[in-house]
Design a protein around this ligand. Structure first.
Ligand SMILES: NC(=O)c1ccc[n+]([C@@H]2O[C@H](COP(=O)([O-])OP(=O)(O)OC[C@H]3O[C@@H](n4cnc5c(N)ncnc54)[C@H](O)[C@@H]3O)[C@@H](O)[C@H]2O)c1
Length: 445
């Protein structure tokens, strides 16, 4: 019987799905949804039902499955609601931008007996698929390098969510990492992160990332991601064999049209989604695995290349969450621009939008994040980037000592006073202090 499918999110990528439907006998597109009327109107004209509210689509008993093709930060809530409505789900990568959310979805899909499938389009790329037989014997492989290089502005639609780290999950690592990790895992098996370096732009988006991984048999893997690549795009994998031979897989070979390979890749996603449901389903395991690697890579992140020579990163673990805000707190910034912390010390993190406050100034408008434990000794410095997962929370503004010697209040300049809940912090998460731009005031002391 034909699977009746609804699509939520009709932006840049939707046309590749839509084009695949007529070629996949077992799948029929019966309804579409987007917040923007002009995106669904052409479908209505073709007799496909359209709505601006995804809940209406999910409420329909005659829809078996949905494709979720919205910005990354909206995947979790819509997947959750779709599974709760009893639909099978095909969700774009990354499954979620937070690991805890991906774990929740996997549990929900298992408990409800629904398929949760992640659309990793590169695993169907014809150049990858052709190379797989040569890679089947892992004992021949000495090392693997993968490159995923593009200029993100050429790939983004008119909504700029890609360039907002809180909406896309970080930047190139959160967004492109999952596709690369999944493709590599398809012939290398389980991967684990050993080291990561990330370069961010002034807006806190990661534009470049280098991730070292190792597979379960000890094969070293290097992944290079670049969102600021000036020369078109390059997406390839190079496998070095122990014999000295090399297998080069160029995912874009044979596709001259911009994004031309996506036509066949998305047709195969549809075909595999339907076949997976028919075969008894999957429950988001592969999607979660890619989210795990992204999350581990951000957790392993050290200082950027530029900052590496100046100062080590200070990794901390969240030990207690705080959820309140105040507009009259009366913190006073210490005159010191740096504070030394020892491993095991606990300090409080507080956000503020009073970004221009300096030594001696009073800071009133604050949001409380919670307490963190330093995992290594180091120096926290005014201007340090405060990073959670792929998201830059803000920069260290200074220190308030009203609770010292119990702990310092580390004031973080952010877009707004934020609480732990608003940032999705959970206990045991990693929050890092990464060296920011060198400040003459600090360097010249
Ligand atoms: N653009 C690419 O090159 C590319 C490639 C592979 C995968 N993806 C993934 O595909 C997904 C979509 O990316 P895109 O580039 O098509 O984004 P896009 O911004 O072009 O389209 C997203 C669409 O979702 C709609 N939308 C947002 N919230 C919604 C909601 N609550 N209900 C209904 N509609 C809603 C928006 O109005 C927009 O039309 C993302 O997860 C992305 O990571 C994108």
């Amino acid at each position: 019987m034909t699977m009746r499918i609804g699509m939520i999110g009709m932006g840049v990528i939707s046309k590749f799905y839509v084009a695949g439907f007529p070629r996949v006998d077992e799948a029929k597109l019966v309804a579409v949804c987007d917040l923007r009327k002009e995106r669904v109107a052409p479908f209505e004209a073709r007799g496909i039902d359209a709505t601006l509210d995804y809940r209406e689509l999910l409420a329909r008993a005659d829809i078996d499955a949905v494709i979720i093709n919205v910005p990354n930060d909206e995947h979790y809530a819509i997947c959750r609601d779709a599974l709760a409505a009893g639909k099978h789900v095909c969700c774009e990568k990354p499954l979620t931008i937070r690991r805890a959310d991906a774990e929740r979805l996997v549990d929900q899909a298992r408990a409800g007996g629904r398929t949760l499938f992640t659309a990793f389009h590169r695993r169907y790329n014809v150049n990858v698929v052709r190379a797989l037989p040569q890679l089947a014997d892992r004992s021949r492989i000495a090392a693997v390098t993968a490159r995923y290089l593009e200029r993100i502005e050429e790939h983004a639609g008119d909504d700029r969510w890609y360039l907002d780290s809180r909406r896309c999950g970080g930047g190139c690592l959160a967004d492109n990492g999952p596709n690369v990790f999944d493709t590599l895992a398809s012939f290398l098996g389980r991967l684990d992160v050993t080291r990561a370096a990330v370069e961010r732009d002034g807006a806190g988006i990661d534009r470049e990332a280098d991730v070292d991984l190792v597979n379960e048999g000890g094969i070293p893997v290097h992944v290079r991601l670049d969102w600021a690549y000036p020369r078109g795009e390059r997406k390839d994998i190079e496998v070095s064999l122990k014999s000295g031979e090399r297998i080069a897989i160029d995912m874009l070979a044979g596709f001259d049209e911009f994004k031309g390979s996506l036509w066949h890749e998305y047709e195969e996603i549809l075909r595999d989604f339907v076949a997976t449901i028919r075969a008894g389903g999957c429950h988001g395991e592969d999607g979660l695995d890619a989210v795990r690697l992204v999350s581990d890579a951000y957790a392993a992140e050290g200082p950027s290349r530029a900052a590496q020579a100046r100062k080590r990163a200070v990794p901390t673990t969240v030990v207690k969450l705080l959820q309140h805000k105040r507009s009259d707190r009366g913190f006073v910034l210490e005159r010191h621009a740096t504070r030394c912390v020892r491993a095991g010390e606990v300090h409080e993190l507080v956000t503020t939008d009073q970004a221009t406050a300096g030594p001696g100034d009073r800071v009133d408008r604050v949001g409380f994040l919670g307490f963190v434990e330093a995992r290594a000794a180091g120096v926290i410095e005014r201007g340090d980037l405060v990073v959670h997962g792929g998201t830059v929370i803000g920069r260290v503004l200074g220190f308030d000592a009203c609770h010292f010697p119990n702990h310092y209040n580390v004031l973080v300049a952010a877009a707004a006073p934020l609480t732990a809940g608003e940032l999705g912090l959970v206990v045991e998460d990693t929050v890092k202090f990464l060296p920011g731009e060198p400040s003459p005031e600090i360097e010249g002391r």
